[in-house]
Write a protein that binds this ligand. Sequence first.
Ligand code: NAD
Ligand code: ZN
Ligand code: ZN
Length: 340
Amino acid sequence: MKAARLHEAGSDFVIEDVPTPEPGPGEVLIRIGGAGACHSDLHVKSGDIPGVAFPHTLGHENAGWIESFGPGAEDNGFEVGDAVVVFGGWGCGHCRFCLGGKEQLCNTFLWGGMGPEGGYAEYMVVPSVRHLLQAGALHPAEAAALTDAALTPYSAVKKALPHLVPGTSAVLIGAGGLGQYGVQFLKLLSPAKVIVVDTDEKKRETASELGADVTVDPRDADAAEQIRAAAGEDGVAAVLDFVGIDATMALGAEAVDRLGIFVLVGLAGGSFPYSFFSFAAEAVMTTSNWGTRNELEEVLALAHSGRLVSAIEQHPLSAINEVFERLATGQVPGRAVLVP
Ligand code: NAD
Ligand code: ZN
Ligand code: ZN
């Protein structure tokens, strides 16, 4: 089969012929219908995320069709040919994190496409049918981005929801592949005013189309003042940072009000000084790691209800290096999906 392989950080992907994998006991072989090009893969490609053993087939936002079952994997409610989306946070299945439904936090760290081979290929092995969900009427190339670009902000927004009482505002920083969905979840699920911060004018325009109440360019000298003015007296109860550099974390930490929450999603490696007096009283700070399988089920339900807009562009897998070049230079309007 064809696979786009990364041989080392800093290099381009190489399209290679590799043996089509055989599903082992309990495993399922998926024919990939679409694999989303996530900024996290750009971090791996640039060497910002260590720990991935090369050569590697990346691609952790996957959907496709069931090609075949390994021994013992049949008769689980799925049939060969079913259109499925792949939950990628694979764990051991029996530790307290997995049993608690947070399999993506399992210490085995077996995220498909970030360790085990991923979906920038014609086929991919999934270790268990429990990681598959029916795509239903959604075409895999449209559904792929739901498994991360939508699931991750969904999980982040759910962490913020208890703070977002009527009258408060939410600040979303970085309205790209993930942020475009984040804006919609905030509007669909919370009563908060949504303030979107992005350096890119087009991304701010798209965010407005998706329901953002106010947009702010963080390069404006008075960006923090614009956020404060837009939020008004009840303040900013949640900040969701989909960038994660020092500057966005500083802006977000300054914006979040008492009893609020700062949810860090972006993996750019930034930090902010945290002290009793530098952060609002009794505000909390958390990271948000991907999402749970149940949350993916909820995202799929929203997608099936027709209330989720996906700005997706499809490209052949052979164009992977051009796609990542465009992602690196901020030219992908929503999510680019690679189709083998
Ligand atoms: P993307 O490239 O599609 O979008 C990034 C957006 O941030 C763009 O709209 C860009 O214009 C904007 N931006 C860049 N610099 C900015 C700045 N200084 N201020 C405001 N906006 C700025 O990326 P994506 O695929 O949406 O991923 C976003 C981040 O989330 C990445 O760091 C990625 O690795 C991370 N991520 C984390 C998880 C997780 O589980 N925590 C999961 C997936 C992705
Ligand atoms: Zn991702
Ligand atoms: Zn586990």
